[in-house]
Write a protein that binds this ligand. Sequence first.
Ligand code: NI
Ligand code: MN
Length: 232
Amino acid sequence: MTFKTQAYWLGHSAVKLISPNGTVIYIDPFLSQNPSTPEELKEVEKADYILLTHGHEDHVGDTIEIAKKTGAKVVGIVELMGLLGNEGLADDQSVAFNKGGTVHFDDFSVTMVSANHSSSFKGQYAGDPAGLILSFEDDICVYHMGDTNIFADLELYGELYDPHLVFAPIGDHFTMGPEEAAYAVEMIDPLYAVPIHYNTWPPIEADPAVFKDLLEELDIEARIPKIGENII
Ligand code: NI
Ligand code: MN
């Protein structure tokens, strides 16, 4: 199966998607301070949307700076968006929604689903953590799980949204590790799974081959991309 949407892993949980029409979407753009992100990918010239899974700094990252520079709309859970407003994010660049909700943009939509984790921003309550499911018109459905462990609702999300591509955290310590992540992905049952949120720092060292091998036994293809190369 070929898809017209492009998807790039930028290190840690940062993902860049480019729609068939050229809409540029960043998810969790932790770039300038991200030890995994190559220098040439730290600078953002164009962004139309920034989607956030939760308020932790390794996910919010450069959101405010990128939004100010590019005019991108920032999309996330209500409480986090309130806190980002206090940081100077303009009201007309802020899209606040909540779990179960879908927001529709020109050529894609995003649905917020649960993640089992915690969330805060600069020591303040930032709402619940979330996963994000993006649907590109007549093309791919991408599920970014955010930071999470395994939970039973994942099977429901698989049935409801039938994602083609899943980004799953595997680094252990703050999220699920590779074995748990493989079973979580099995519950969603996508075409492809990409491991994220590992090997950024010592506490989250993990072997993506463990994830890949377990998924292979379950007939799901894990792709372990080089940072900055198109995954699909
Ligand atoms: Ni987190
Ligand atoms: Mn994290």
